[in-house]
Design a protein around this ligand. Structure first.
Ligand SMILES: [Zn+2]
Length: 224
C-alpha cells in the first residue's frame, strides 16, 4: 500500500492533543522508511518480478525486521517512547500513543493489499489479503481510505486564508499523481532493488514535507 497509508495520518490529526501532520505522515510510513534503509543495506530483500501481481511487481520475500507484526509493534512502541520523552506539556503520553498507533496502522493497511508476505515474526505463517491481485480494486481501496482520512482532516481543520483553502486539494492531487506514477513504466525482471528503495525514500520524504507545508496553512477547527 502507498497513499492509502496516509488515511491514518489524516485521521489521527483530529485527535487531541494534536500531533503535527508531517510527523504523522512519517509515522504511518516509518516501517517503510526503515525497510528502504535495510534494503539499501542488503539486510531485507525483495526481487522485481514483472507481472508478480497486477498492481505490484515486488516479491517481498524477506522483511522480518520491518514488516512482521511483532516487528511493527516494536517500532511503534519505540517511536511512541521516543516521542513521549521528547514532547513537552501535559498529556504528552496520549500524544505518544496516537503516534504509536499511526506507526502500527501500517501493518494492517499493508495486510489488505500484500501477497502473503507479512510474517508474525519470521518465516511462516505469513499474511496478506492480496488486493494487489487487481489493479482496479487495490486502487479503489487506497483511494477510498485516503479520501476518508482527507475528509476527516478537512472537517477538523479550517483554512487560515486563501492558501489554506487551496492547499489540501493541491496536496490531494499531488498524492494521486505520485500514486499513478508509481504504477506506470516498465519494470525489468531481476532489476536491482536499491534504486527502487532510494526512490521510495525520496517519495516518502517529499510527501511528509508537503504535509508540513499544507498543515501550516490550516488551523484546528473550533468545535461547537
Ligand atoms: Zn510497508
Amino acid at each position: 500500500m502507498f497513499i492509502g497509508h496516509y488515511s491514518a495520518a489524516f485521521a489521527a490529526r483530529a485527535f487531541k492533543p494534536a500531533v503535527p501532520l508531517w510527523l504523522l505522515f512519517v509515522a504511518v510510513q516509518l516501517v517503510d522508511f526503515i525497510w528502504a534503509g535495510l534494503v539499501i543495506a542488503g539486510v531485507e530483500k525483495f526481487r522485481i518480478v514483472p507481472g508478480f501481481l497486477e498492481a505490484s511487481p515486488l516479491d517481498l520475500y524477506y522483511m522480518p525486521y520491518t514488516h512482521s507484526l511483532v516487528g511493527v509493534v516494536i517500532w511503534a512502541v519505540a517511536a511512541a517512547l521516543l516521542y513521549g520523552a521528547m514532547r513537552k506539556g501535559e498529556k504528552k503520553w496520549v500524544a505518544a500513543l496516537i503516534l504509536g498507533g499511526a506507526v502500527l496502522s501500517h501493518w494492517f493497511a499493508d495486510l489488505l493489499v500484500h501477497a502473503p508476505d507479512l510474517p508474525l515474526i519470521v518465516g511462516e505463517p505469513k499474511f496478506g489479503f492480496v488486493l494487489w491481485r487487481s489493479l482496479l480494486w487495490s486502487q479503489v481501496a487506497e483511494m477510498g481510505l485516503l479520501l476518508g482520512g482527507f475528509w476527516l482532516y478537512l472537517r477538523n481543520t479550517t483554512p487560515k486564508g486563501f492558501l489554506g483553502r487551496l492547499s489540501p486539494w493541491l496536496f490531494l492531487g499531488f498524492l494521486m499523481a505520485v500514486q499513478a506514477y508509481s504504477h506506470m513504466g516498465e519494470v525489468q525482471a531481476g532489476a536491482p532493488s536499491q534504486p527502487f528503495a532510494i526512490t521510495a525514500l525520496l517519495a516518502y520524504s517529499l510527501i511528509a514535507l508537503a504535509a508540513w507545508l499544507v498543515d501550516r496553512t490550516r488551523q484546528d477547527a473550533v468545535r461547537r
